[in-house]
Design a protein around this ligand. Structure first.
Ligand code: EPZ
Length: 430
């Protein structure tokens, strides 16, 4: 099994191209099930999760071709992928496929809207909390779907004549349930209003793509989204937005090591809150023509308290990385996780590198230490694994991160991007 070995101590200098967002690409790919026409997505990152979803969509009947000519973007390569699902050949998403990635559960929305039925296994994904699906069930039921749970599967059926537009207010903000309800409502009869909708940029990206396909979605990016149902959707061409979590991760890496890096092809407005926290920690961040510049020269890392929240709050997907950064601050910081109840598995691994962190309920207290020391550590989930890489970049000696398949789910060519900026990072295959 692959491991990543990092030899700490080098500053980062250079250019890091930012890939298309995994968490935008996944729902956009799933939206291709809503039409018998071709949906072309540009700037799709090459990640294990994307490959897994390609297999799942193929199982439903999608014909998928990856453009042979890769689009050159700085030093990275983004892919253009065409999805054509003339006929849905199977409305079942089996356990073997869905258990590997939670987002694949989201096919339930398009399958139900287009075919009137779906049988989808209860999901898997990163083990960061219980991650129930009650909001999906309630949202789809509000559109008239009949939903039963049977042997680990959700069986959903639309009324004769299709889903019916409705007003539904989510009791809790959920990115996935917002995606699913928005997709399902595009083909419903009448108008749907989603209250307390997720406002994440990836929701806006999906709404923009659905509208390019002929849907009538307004309000995405606010907490009230309105969808006027249409009878069918067409194909479209859409560019996946830049990955704000990858952007924030590398910004934190530079804040950690010191140095000067341009994060190319990204957009600072996608992660204002996180960038502000990184600034307060002591890094300078300025917009450039092609992205953002992050630099920290000389001064130490200051302690900063953060609380995760749905967008526009501090993203839970950057919590582990920020904790990595805070392990080297010159004071005491607190990080409170409010989205997932079990997203602190990196704490014990960071401790192996010499970090001083104590947990009290959903809050971690991090006492900054003057040095970390390399050690073997284990990745426990996607974002936790990259927090270990950030810590490893400044740890004395070698840090070896095992179970890097977690990293491959969400970070495209991580070791190459860091190595080009002067880090010593290599993949070791046993
Ligand atoms: C999305 O997951 C992201 N995944 C996650 O990123 C991200 O951490 C999360 O949103 C929050 O920002 C993708 O976009 C593919 P939620 P999602 O539904 O949609 C609870 C990463 O590292 N909830 O917004 O699954 C849930 O348990 C991943 O890239 C219910 O209670 O998250 C959580 O506490 C990990 N009932 C909260 O809502 C439900 O039916 C928010 O989860 C659904 C969710």
């Amino acid at each position: 099994m692959d491991r990543i070995r990092i030899t700490g101590g080098n500053e980062l200098h250079g250019i890091i191209p930012i890939s298309g967002a995994k968490n935008a690409a996944l729902p956009l790919m799933i939206a291709s099930l809503l039409t018998d026409d071709t949906l072309t997505l540009e700037n799709v990152p090459h990640l294990a999760d994307v490959e897994q979803l390609i297999r799942i969509l193929g199982n439903h009947g999608a014909d998928i071709s990856v453009n042979g000519r890769r689009e050159r973007q700085g030093e990275s390569y983004a892919r253009t992928i065409h999805f054509t699902c003339r006929n849905i050949v199977d409305t079942t998403a089996p356990y073997e496929l869905v258990s590997k990635m939670r987002a694949s559960f989201w096919v339930i929305g398009p399958l139900l809207a287009r075919e009137g039925r779906a049988r989808v296994s209860l999901p898997g994904g990163c083990a960061i909390g219980t991650r129930p699906v009650d909001l999906f069930i309630e949202g789809l039921a509000a559109l008239g779907a009949n939903i039963e749970i049977d042997s680990g599967y959700i069986n959903a059926t639309a009324p004769t004549g299709g889903l019916i537009g409705a007003r539904y207010v989510f009791p809790k903000v959920s990115v996935g349930a917002t995606h699913v309800m928005m997709m399902a409502a595009t083909l419903a009869n009448g108008t749907t209003t989603i209250g307390n909708a997720a406002r994440e940029p990836e929701v806006v990206d999906l709404a923009n793509c659905l509208n390019a396909m002929g849907a009538k979605v307004t309000g995405a990016g606010t907490s009230t989204i309105t969808i006027e149902g249409v009878t069918s959707l067409s194909g479209a061409r859409h560019r996946v937005l830049p990955d704000r979590i990858e952007t924030g991760t590398y910004a934190m890496a530079v804040a950690m090591t010191g140095g000067d890096v341009i994060l190319e092809g990204t957009d600072a407005s996608l992660l204002d809150t996180a960038l502000e926290a990184i600034r307060r920690a002591g890094a300078e961040i300025t917009p450039t023509e092609t992205g953002i510049r992050v630099y920290r020269n000389g001064g130490g890392i200051k302690p900063v308290d953060v609380v995760t929240d749905p967008f526009p709050g501090f993203p839970t997907d950057l919590q582990a990385q920020f904790m990595g950064l805070m392990t080297r601050s010159n004071g005491v910081s607190h990080i409170t996780e409010t989205i997932f109840e079990n997203r602190f598995m990196h704490v014990q691994e960071l401790a192996r590198l010499g970090a001083r962190i104590t947990l009290s309920g959903q809050t971690a207290k991090i006492e900054g230490v003057p040095r970390l020391k390399g050690a073997p550590v284990m990745a426990t989930d996607l974002r936790a694994s990259v927090s270990l890489v950030i810590a490893g970049l400044v740890a004395e000696g070698d840090t070896t991160v095992s179970r890097v398949y977690h990293l491959d789910r969400g970070f495209e060519r991580l070791e190459e991007k860091l190595t080009r900026c002067g880090a010593i990072v290599e993949r070791v295959t046993d």
